[in-house]
Design a protein around this ligand. Structure first.
Ligand code: PRP
Ligand code: URA
Length: 212
């Protein structure tokens, strides 16, 4: 695959270890859900390492001091329904003040085309930094549609977080939205004839919610 400057693979050993457990078909629904949240939290930690800081004055029990707090705009987490929901609580543990919007998109099983059925963002969402989350980026259709919608609404500062991506989808995404950083834990081999990521982890929504 070509190199895209907006595409980042997070290689941390703990993320890679937990991702192996997530992929394993023997992993239970409970463990799968816990691990998806843990990996989402670790990835969010990495992708927020450039958040700007500002100094404030506080007083410790010993003396007054200047110390750093996160400056700038507040964050909105935007899970793509359904499977993106599985990553929200993990990231909220790290950034409890983040607001949460929702975008409902499902892909047609035959055509693999995305269909948007729900959109709700905090009122001042366009002024905030958006983290769009979905465990899987396969053809890229769903996440491209989600970023299209956010840009249409006036959002400017968007980052995407997906656990596993396929090369076909990364190419489509990076060519359509080169200005939007995309973070992942794994770039897999390809898509199969049904549009599933190979080797992937199967259907993320079904494994999270036990719907199969
Ligand atoms: C899955 C996944 C992504 C999408 C990825 O959702 O969570 O949103 O497929 O595929 P794409 O890159 O080819 O668009 P799905 O459509 O299965 O909906 P669900 O989460 O409601 O099960
Ligand atoms: N959606 C999933 O849940 N898994 C895939 O492999 C592709 C799309």
């Amino acid at each position: 695959m070509e190199n895209y400057s907006n595409f980042h693979i997070v290689q941390h050993p703990l993320i890679q270890h937990k991702l192996t457990l997530i992929r394993d078909k023997k992993t239970s629904k409970k463990e799968f859900s816990e691990l998806v949240n843990e990996v989402a939290m670790l990835m969010a930690y990495d992708m927020t390492k450039d958040l700007p800081l500002k100094e404030v004055e506080i007083e410790t029990p010993i003396k007054k001091m200047k110390s750093s707090v996160v400056a700038g705009k507040k964050i909105v987490l935007m899970p793509i329904l359904r499977a993106g929901i599985g990553m929200v609580n993990g990231i909220l543990q790290l950034i409890p003040s983040a607001r949460v919007g929702h975008i409902g998109i499902f892909r047609d099983e035959e055509t693999l085309q995305p269909h948007t059925y729900f959109f709700k963002m905090p009122k001042d969402g366009t002024k905030r930094d958006i983290i769009l989350i979905d465990p899987m980026l396969a053809t890229g259709g769903s996440i491209i549609a989600a970023v299209d919608k956010l840009k249409e609404r006036g959002c400017k500062n968007i980052k995407c977080l997906c656990l596993i991506v396929a090369p076909e989808g990364v190419k489509a995404f990076c060519e359509k939205h080169p200005d939007v950083p995309l973070y992942t834990a794994a770039l897999d081999e390809c898509l199969n004839e049904k549009g599933y990521i190979v080797p992937g982890l199967g259907d993320a929504g079904d494994r999270l919610f036990g719907t199969k």
